[in-house]
Ligand binder design. Structure first.
Ligand code: UD1
Ligand code: CA
Length: 455
């Protein structure tokens, strides 16, 4: 196999996004668009990836890290000029160079691979990935001759009326013979409507030299969408969502309403999981078989065990066991570990807490910085008072303890194994094992006081 290289164009300003955030970093399915391009290209065995950075260079570099090398384009003089910035890193190499745009994040590795193979088979010096679209507005048009061979690409702004009718467009993705590319780039001029050095002009130049140029037409326009504004961004989000959701459905996940279900690329879901409308799964979330998520639930970096049900809730960076019942309206905050066969009911917030197997926090409680044992019942309205304004303290509730309703547990404090805390208590001292602790004012009944008072 010949050497393979890639250049990703990511230096443009992205003016049409009207954003403080650099266009390349706008997320599609939760991941910056340029990252998608790198991720897909990494699947096709490249010797080197060079990303051209300019606007927002530091941030793009920070995002891509060691997955790419970088060349800096000081002034954005056009896509041809952009590729030329990789000259020092690439010009001595022999092989195939793929050029892709950082703003076309939906092109799959299979398509890159097919383009490279087509390029190698045709023995062309340049091959361009094209597609046909209903409305080619804004894209470069592919001009073919009588033999149906590619002659050149004309930008929308430079095209005449007839050329504007052409529906075959340049996707902005190409394969080149590396040395022919850098030689031809030297000849590109900026004599055009935008006064830019256009990369597509390389096609025309190679053609004039008598080199073979080919076009690989993909039937899937969706995949090649270029994101120049927020309308295209929303379109890309929709296409990516569909692609991800369909993959999970093929793997045996039921998605009740795929239009209303948002799953980021790294999420893993086992078969026989049911996702209800309004489910949002982010980061490195893993959902085990038989679980049922949603409606209206957002999980980020969570592991959810088998047959667990989570409704109308939010959970972040936590591990949730098997057969757990969560919600509606529960909030599981980072570093929590919710055991098997537990319950976290409505209006319960849990933070940095371990909840042992078979324990229940059923209603209206805040449990933070706590270590709760097994088979513990936390009554309605219990609060772990974990914060004194400066420091956070731990509450320990040992196995089989029973916390009565509306109790305050002032941390640091331990409620011993098997003991009871009476409802309405404010616990400030440790409770020994098997005790009953009552910490509330005694009730006094003043008989007939009400009738006297009314007179
Ligand atoms: C480009 C193509 C057009 C194609 C379309 C596909 C050119 C001249 N036109 O148009 O034929 O149909 O993509 O989406 O290539 N960039 C730089 N430095 C620059 C200019 C651009 O790095 O000086 C980068 C941009 O960040 C972007 C990519 O190159 O990622 C394409 O630039 P953009 O301005 O979006 O080109 P289009 O007008 O979309
Ligand atoms: Ca573009």
């Amino acid at each position: 196999m010949a050497n393979r290289f890639a250049v990703i164009l990511a230096a443009g300003q992205g003016t049409r996004m009207k954003s403080k955030l650099h266009k390349m970093l706008h997320p599609v399915a939760g991941r910056p668009m340029v990252q998608h391009v790198v991720d897909q290209l990494q699947q096709v065995n490249l010797n080197k990836i060079v990303t051209i950075v300019g606007f927002g260079a530091e941030k793009v570099k920070a995002q891509l890290g060691s997955s790419s090398e970088f060349a800096y384009q000081k002034e954005q003089l056009g896509t041809g000029h952009a590729v030329l910035q990789a000259e020092d890193l690439l010009k001595d190499e022999k092989g195939v160079t793929v050029v892709a745009c950082g703003d076309t994040p939906l092109i799959r590795d299979e398509t890159f691979e097919a383009l490279i193979q087509y390029h190698e088979q045709t023995g062309a010096k340049a091959s361009v990935l094209t597609t046909k679209v209903e409305n080619p507005m804004g894209y470069g048009r592919v001009v073919r001759n009588d033999q149906d061979e590619v002659e050149r690409i004309v930008e929308h702004k430079d095209a005449n009326e007839d050329e504007r009718l052409i529906q075959e467009i340049n996707t902005g993705t190409y394969c080149f013979d590396n040395q022919a590319l850098f030689a031809a780039l030297k000849e590109v001029s900026n004599d055009n409507a935008q006064g830019e050095y256009y990369l597509p002009d390389v096609i025309k130049i190679l053609r004039h030299q008598g080199d073979t140029v080919s076009a690989f037409l993909t039937p899937d326009f969706d995949e090649t969408i270029g994101i120049n504004d927020r309308i295209a961004l929303a379109e890309a989000e929709k296409i990516m969502k569909k692609r991800i959701n369909e993959e999970h459905m093929r793997n045996g996940v039921s998605i009740i309403d795929p239009e209303q279900t948002y799953i980021e690329p790294d999420v893993q879901i086992e078969s026989d999981v049911i996702l209800h409308p309004g489910t949002v799964l982010k980061g490195e979330t893993i959902i085990r078989t038989g679980a049922e998520i949603g409606p209206h639930t957002e999980l980020e970096d969570c592991e959810v065990g088998e047959e667990t049900v989570i409704r109308h809730s939010v959970a972040t960076s936590s591990k949730i066991g098997n057969r757990v019942n969560i919600g509606p309206f529960a909030h599981i905050r980072p570093a929590s570990h919710v055991g098997n066969d537990t319950k976290v009911g409505n209006f319960v917030e849990i933070k940095k807490t371990t909840l042992g197997d078979h324990s229940k926090v059923s209603h209206l409680s805040y449990i933070g910085d706590a270590d709760v044992g097994e088979r513990v019942n936390v009554g309605c309205g219990t609060i772990t008072v974990n914060y004194d304004g400066t420091n956070k303290y731990l509450t320990t509730i040992e196995d089989d303890a029973f916390i009565g309703c509306n109790s305050n547990l002032i941390a640091p404090v331990t409620v011993g194994k098997g003991s009871y805390v009476a409802a309405g208590s404010t616990i400030t001292k440790n409770v020994p094992e098997n005790a009953l602790s009552i910490a509330r004012a005694r009730q006094t009944n003043k008989e007939e006081y009400a009738s006297k008072f009314k007179k």
